[in-house]
Design a protein around this ligand. Sequence first.
Ligand SMILES: NC(=O)c1ccc[n+]([C@@H]2O[C@H](COP(=O)([O-])OP(=O)(O)OC[C@H]3O[C@@H](n4cnc5c(N)ncnc54)[C@H](OP(=O)(O)O)[C@@H]3O)[C@@H](O)[C@H]2O)c1
Length: 325
Amino acid sequence: MRVVVIGGTGHVGTFLVPRLVMAGHEVICISRRKSKPYSSHSAWNSVRHVVIDRTGAEEKNIFAPQIIDLAPDAVIDMICFTLESARNLVVALHGKIQHFLHCGTTWVHGHSEQVPTLESQARNPFGSYGINKAAIESWLISFSRSTGFPATVLHPGHIVGPGWAPINPAGHLNLEIFRRLAEGKEILLPNNGMETVHHVHADDVAQCFMKALANWNNAVGESFHVVSEQALTLRGYATSMATFFGQEAKLRFLPWEEWKSTVSPREAELTWDHIIHSPSCSIEKAKKLLGYQPRYSSLQAVQESVTCLFEKEKSQISDNNSHAG
Ligand SMILES: NC(=O)c1ccc[n+]([C@@H]2O[C@H](COP(=O)([O-])OP(=O)(O)OC[C@H]3O[C@@H](n4cnc5c(N)ncnc54)[C@H](OP(=O)(O)O)[C@@H]3O)[C@@H](O)[C@H]2O)c1
């Protein structure tokens, strides 16, 4: 199949595009060519890159025609964030493609009433990102079911992989939390540390896109969570990471209002967004209907990522030292 991946050089695309090529698909990757994949793979040599700035192209109403001109059999849309953007592309593609896969987010659930959250539960999204993504999902699935447009929505959790910082046990992105755990130093966690985060390795997200493409009958008209087998509580996450570093976790807990004054406003904002959602999603549907089987637990994914970041830091320090010498 000719597969167009819109936004194919990011976290997921780094793993998805090589998987598509290795499976024998012809791949066209759309991006502004500002960023490169996080790791190299010979498969990229056979990928056609088409440079389009989606935002600019949408303003001129030429984005959907540009995608149609590429004559795709399947389109994987990694970077759609508003209903208008989704609708303009999908309505134009109706009747012209075999499969359309939209990348959603577990944030569509907002406050879950029961956990692990199932795809069938009512959505209670909050915050503009979750609300917009939920509106896209709702429209896309009902458009698919009512018109036969072959759409599938995949909802990743916190995407982790080698090359970028994972959401840490305090719910934000500062690597200092991992450093302190590695050095056996105390870290502060909000509340009782019982709120949850739900990671997924980027290659497992890529695996699920591949499985959705290969299981068209079960995938079309449906949405699926794409996360690791189990979510982590913040305290469980911190404790396991300390153990991974050969240390005993030293954790102290503060009520949210006190805790938030111990970090930067951006860190507080990120942590709040994670603990107020406290995702814990079921993957039973993707396992049963698509054969999705994550290779990484949350901890394995994070440990790989942090090891890679620490090694990079170490080699930068030794490079700097050798230049200084
Ligand atoms: N990150 C997470 O933890 C997370 C969690 C849940 C769901 N999601 C969902 O995952 C999707 C994002 O996937 P990702 O994390 O793999 O993406 P990403 O790492 O943010 O990469 C974005 C990709 O899109 C391209 N791009 C960005 N802006 C563009 C534009 N205006 N025109 C054309 N190309 C553009 C980028 O390349 P250039 O910069 O070169 O253009 C890159 O290829 C989103 O739908 C998000 O809602 C992410």
